[in-house]
Structures are given as structure tokens and as C-alpha cells.
Ligand binder design. Structure first.
Ligand code: GLU
Length: 307
């Protein structure tokens, strides 16, 4: 364990350096409501296994979790389906853009993994089959894991994404054409976009993800996942969590992680910490530019890495 004072001072110096990168990336613009966010923000939070929080910068500012929600819908689906979830869903990195359609067609409607859009839509389809109110249930899971009962969905972002979600709809219909999607597409798209539009801050997210660093166990001792399920989800995060930049992320950061186009990246250091960075300007691959820098620095300065 890194001494508390050292961890805090490293976070502060990384925050100062990360701010110098403002202006080098671009805020996501394919969802109009996200384009309005001020890009010049940076926050970081770390939670240790005892629940102590270390933070710097804009760690208390809420942002759109976007694809980070895919991690939590996967947790829910694993809880409900166990091994059966993997029927019709792969566990290989895709090496393609998060919303690519090409691979899905050539691989008969079986998404490569649960963290690309097609795979996450399939997970939402499976949840739709078993949950009476998927929107409400995911929000509730996040409230209970983060300990923050005030979490909400930004309805403007959800609507904006639904109105500009033709590619996601195309993926869902393609899977339906291959008999790998069971519920009405519009219904599933609605819950998927609601999940993406949930707003949380870095502190909420490090708390919510803590079981992944702690063999599936919450702070209060409740088991969210078995230790085997936890290891497996971390393995998929490490190989597939950053889309076509997963290799680069393993190389530079060395942790299982999940990014979102809202500019958040949530990373797990099993047995030690959960880490969340947020900065809305994205790099070419659609991942937070200053966020990637900050996580790379944590590896360099404090040897946070599973390798
Ligand atoms: N809501 C976004 C989409 O489906 C999520 C993408 C992301 O965060 O990577 O396009």
C-alpha cells in the first residue's frame, strides 16, 4: 500500500500536469447533448479496500458515465444468468471502433465482447428478458454500490442519444436478423441510452467498482459477484475495456479498465484500489486524453499495474 500522504500528493501533481493537456483532445460530438460540456475539466479519485478516498481536481463533478455503464450491466447480467450469459456473446477483443458494424455481420450477429456497443446492447436485451424495469434496476444497483442515493439519469442526454442512435439501432436489428436478440429493439435501445446517461462523479464510481478490486465483496461484506466471476470480469476489462485502444492501455497503464465517451475511465487494481479519472476531451480512439495520461503516470510513479 502506498502511504496516504504520498498518494494524495501524487494525485495533486498528476492533476496539475493533466490540466496542461487541455485543448489537445476533442469533446465527443456525435451525441449533441454531450458536445456542450466544457472540456477543460479534470478529476481523479482512488478508493482503497477499506473505503478510504483520495481525490484531486474535479472529482466531485458529475458526468455522463456513457460506456462505463456497460461494466455494471454486465455485472447485473452475470448475477442473473451466470455462465449462460455467454451463449451468443464472445470474450475476444474486437480491434475495431466501439460502434463498428462490419465484424458483427461477418461473425453472424455474435458480438465479440460485452464492452463494444453491440455486446452491451445484447446484454441489455438479456436483462430486458428477465428484469421488470431494467432502467430502474441498474440505477438502484449503482445507488447501492456507490452509497449515493441521489444518482440520476440526465434525460436530455438520453433523448439526444436516442435521436442520434441509428448505428446502435442497426446493430440491434442485425443481431435480431441472426436470431441473437429477443426483445423489441426500440425498448432495449431506450434502456441502453438511459444507462449511458446516468450521471456520476469519480468518487461515486470508485466506490461502486470496489467489489472488483476485492474479490466480489462490497465494503459491508455483501457479495456482489463470486471471486471467479470477479476475476473473469477483470480479464475482459483488461482485454476489451478500451475498444481498439485496449492493447495500448495494457501497455501504458497495465490495469483492467472501462472508458466512456463522457471522458471517464474506471480502472481496477485488484487487491489494492479502484481508480477513476475524468476529463471530457477525447483522443482519436474516443478515450479521455488527459485521463489516459493520468493513469499512465500512476503506473510510472506508483507502479500501479497488474503486469
Ligand atoms: N452512448 C454511447 C454510444 O452508444 C456510448 C459509447 C461510449 O461511451 O463509448 O454510442
Amino acid at each position: 500500500m502506498v502511504p496516504m500522504a504520498e498518494l494524495q500528493s501524487v494525485l495533486e501533481s498528476i492533476t496539475n500536469e493533466a490540466r496542461e493537456l487541455f485543448g489537445q483532445g476533442q469533446v465527443a460530438n456525435y451525441i449533441p447533448a454531450l458536445e456542450k460540456i466544457c472540456g477543460k475539466q479534470f478529476g481523479v479519485a482512488i478508493c482503497d479496500l477499506k473505503g478510504n478516498i483520495y481525490q484531486a481536481g474535479d472529482a466531485n463533478t458529475n458526468f455522463s458515465i456513457q460506456s462505463i455503464s456497460k461494466l455494471f450491466t454486465l455485472i447485473q447480467a452475470v448475477q442473473i444468468y451466470g455462465e449462460k450469459l455467454w451463449e451468443g456473446l464472445g470474450r475476444e477483443p474486437s480491434g475495431t471502433r466501439f460502434n463498428s458494424l462490419v465484424q458483427l455481420e461477418s461473425e453472424q450477429g455474435v458480438p465479440r465482447n460485452p464492452f463494444i456497443n453491440a455486446g452491451a446492447l445484447l446484454v441489455c436485451d438479456r436483462l430486458e428478458s428477465r428484469c421488470s424495469a431494467p432502467n430502474f434496476q441498474l440505477l438502484n444497483l449503482l445507488k447501492s454500490l456507490s452509497g449515493n442515493q441521489q444518482l440520476t439519469v440526465n434525460q436530455i442526454v438520453a433523448r439526444s442519444e436516442l435521436e442520434h442512435g441509428s448505428r446502435n439501432a442497426a446493430m440491434a436489428y442485425l443481431m435480431k436478423a441472426f436470431n441473437n436478440f429477443h426483445n423489441p429493439v426500440e425498448k432495449v435501445l431506450e434502456s441502453y441510452t438511459h444507462h449511458c446517461a446516468i450521471e456520476m462523479n469519480c468518487i461515486d464510481l470508485v466506490r461502486a467498482a470496489l467489489p472488483l478490486a476485492n474479490q466480489g465483496q462490497c465494503q459491508n461484506g455483501d457479495l456482489v459477484l463470486t471471486s471467479k466471476q470477479t476475476k473473469r470480469i477483470n480479464a475482459i476489462l483488461a482485454t476489451c475495456g478500451l475498444y481498439d485502444e485496449a492493447g495500448e492501455f495494457a501497455f501504458k497503464v497495465g490495469l483492467p479498465g472501462k472508458s466512456g465517451v463522457g471522458g471517464g475511465i474506471l480502472a481496477i487494481y485488484p487487491g489494492h484500489y479502484t481508480i477513476c479519472v475524468w476529463s471530457p476531451e477525447l483522443n482519436q480512439a474516443g478515450n479521455s486524453l488527459a485521463g489516459m495520461f493520468a493513469l499512465e503516470k500512476l503506473n510510472e510513479l506508483l507502479h500501479f499495474s497488474i503486469y
